[in-house]
Ligand binder design. Structure first.
Ligand SMILES: [Zn+2]
Length: 273
């Protein structure tokens, strides 16, 4: 039986952390944000969902991974017209999470997986992973948990919401997972379907579904009256449980991919020609 102390970094002593690093375990860092998620979901949605997916994954492979305490604040300035979001500067976010990664490298962790739970952190976690690689030589990669292998397939098999726009924010996807975790905190009587601006062509990216080439983010209050983007009325706890199982399985695959990857030797070609 796995105890949380076997894989929760924050519950370990320093000798235990030294051993975990020596075992070449992959450091899994959940990062998200605190922001409005419609009238039916708490503002901690991105944090809770991302942490749950990571916890379920690492709990299954405590000998191969270790769960780092989450970075709960992220980049949400476009949400500030709604009460609730706590946003930090994009550069603050990059430096903060990069410092977390560098600390882990200093303690001997050579492989880091940043698992993001907030769409607008995406470009920054990409940069943080790159900076960790070039500045420390350790391997660091980033993924949005809903993009872990297998999750889209499960989401599409469960989908009852609109193909484009139904799974985006405070939607069928996120509400289902929250219902699986803490149904007492979800007020389904207040859940509303709101799809926001519908694109005329599928050029736009979506949480699960749209995968167009264009990326853009406007102020959320200009896009959604309720803060919802999608259809949470189709959410169920059963779907959420299936999505969590899929996310955990996908994250385990990525941990192992990172763990098995050889650290390639650099070659300096400036030498004598
Ligand atoms: Zn969210």
């Amino acid at each position: 039986m796995t105890k949380t102390q076997d894989y929760h970094y924050g519950e370990m002593t320093w000798p235990q952390i030294r051993s975990a690093a020596a075992q070449e375990r992959v450091a899994v860092i959940p990062v998200a944000t605190v922001e409005d998620h419609g009238p039916h979901l708490p503002v901690d949605t991105d944090v809770r969902l991302c942490c749950a997916a990571c916890d379920r994954a690492v709990a299954q492979i405590p000998e191969r991974a270790i769960l780092i305490p989450p970075v709960i604040h992220g980049y949400s300035p476009h949400h500030m017209d709604f009460p609730g979001p706590i946003t930090i500067g994009w550069d603050t976010f990059i430096r903060y999470v990069l410092d977390v990664c560098k600390s882990l490298v200093a303690h001997g962790f050579r492989r880091i997986l940043i698992v993001n739970g907030h769409g607008s952190n995406t470009p920054f976690v990409d940069i943080i992973a790159r900076l960790t690689v070039v500045e420390t030589g350790a391997l660091a990669a980033a993924v949005n948990y809903w993009n872990a292998p297998g999750v889209h397939e499960v989401a599409e098999s469960l989908r009852e919401s609109d193909k484009i726009g139904g799974m985006n924010h405070a939607c069928e996807f996120e509400t289902s997972i929250y219902l699986a975790l803490r149904p007492d905190l979800v007020d389904m009587s207040k859940a509303v379907r709101e799809l926001g601006h519908q694109p005329t062509k599928n050029y736009w990216t979506d949480l699960v579904g749209g995968d167009g080439p264009l990326v853009m983010m406007e102020h959320w209050s200009a896009l959604s009256r309720t803060g919802v983007m999608g259809d949470p009325t189709k959410a169920t706890a059963e779907k959420g449980e299936r999505l969590l199982v899929a996310a955990a399985a996908g994250l385990i695959e990525l941990v192992d991919e990172l763990r098995n990857r050889r650290v390639a030797e650099r070659v300096d070609h400036h030498g004598k020609g």
